[in-house]
Design a protein around this ligand. Structure first.
Ligand code: ZN
Length: 235
């Protein structure tokens, strides 16, 4: 089981680690700053730096077989390290920081639009949520105004753990129709934006809504009978 540094410290850009496995799928480390693809957030890219300074380019990160396993996917043609080797795992920080800002922005969007969420995706240059809602209830100017008010109000953002029982007692915490948080592990990780939003989430976020920066609604469009897609960009 790997130590997932990003879970407690999403601002960590690098960490020392030991290679525990090398497979055709990629490289597993005993600890990592790389977030693996999941929950609508892309896996991180970056490098592994070997003791002699040689750099192994990492094109992505995905979940492995074990509970907290992360597979670091090598760029084509890169030489793989050996099990037991010490490396430094370094993120493409600018890309990841955009993911953190946009991921936090989607929590704000979720709080602003009072409807069930049917899907979502973060990228480095945009993010979207899909809602089960009537089109005429989504007004671009209103959504932008509310989002930027929450940004300007500088609400603290923090992850914490709640028990399965507490989650079961508050079903309104789960806004996504398709994704139920994993249970039976004694607790569920939730993301709290003080006074704004509280819901299960395993992604990476900024520490204060002010860090999200000003947002713009890039477009609102219909994606099927019940789906309305709201796409955000940085203003
Ligand atoms: Zn989140």
């Amino acid at each position: 089981m790997a130590d997932l540094v990003f879970r407690e410290d999403p601002y960590a850009r690098a960490c020392r680690a030991r290679v525990v496995a090398v497979t055709p799928a990629g490289i597993e480390l005993d600890r990592t700053v790389f977030y693996p693809t999941g929950g609508g957030q892309p896996g991180d890219t970056g490098t592994l730096v070997r003791a002699d300074g040689a750099v192994i380019r990492i094109d992505g990160a995905v979940k492995g077989e074990g509970a907290d396993a992360v597979v670091h996917v090598c760029a084509p043609g890169e030489a793989a390290p050996l099990p037991g080797e010490e490396v430094e795992a370094r993120l493409d920080w600018d890309r990841r920081y955009c993911h953190m800002r946009f991921h936090t922005a989607l929590h704000l969007l979720c709080a602003v639009v009072p409807a069930p969420v049917t899907g979502g995706q973060v990228a480095h240059d945009k993010a979207r949520l899909d809602f089960d809602i009537e089109m005429d209830r989504l007004v671009k100017e209103t959504i932008e105004g509310e989002l930027n008010r929450l940004v300007d109000e500088a609400h603290p953002v923090r992850p914490r753990w709640i028990s399965d029982a507490e989650l079961d007692a508050r079903p309104e915490l789960v806004r996504t129709m398709s994704v139920q948080p994993p249970r039976g592990q004694g607790g569920v990780r939730v993301l709290e934006i003080e006074g704004v939003d509280l819901q299960p989430c395993g992604g990476t976020h900024v520490a204060n809504t002010r860090e999200v920066g000003r947002l713009a609604v890039a477009r609102i469009r219909s994606e099927g009978a019940r789906n309305r897609r709201v796409v955000l960009g940085f203003a």
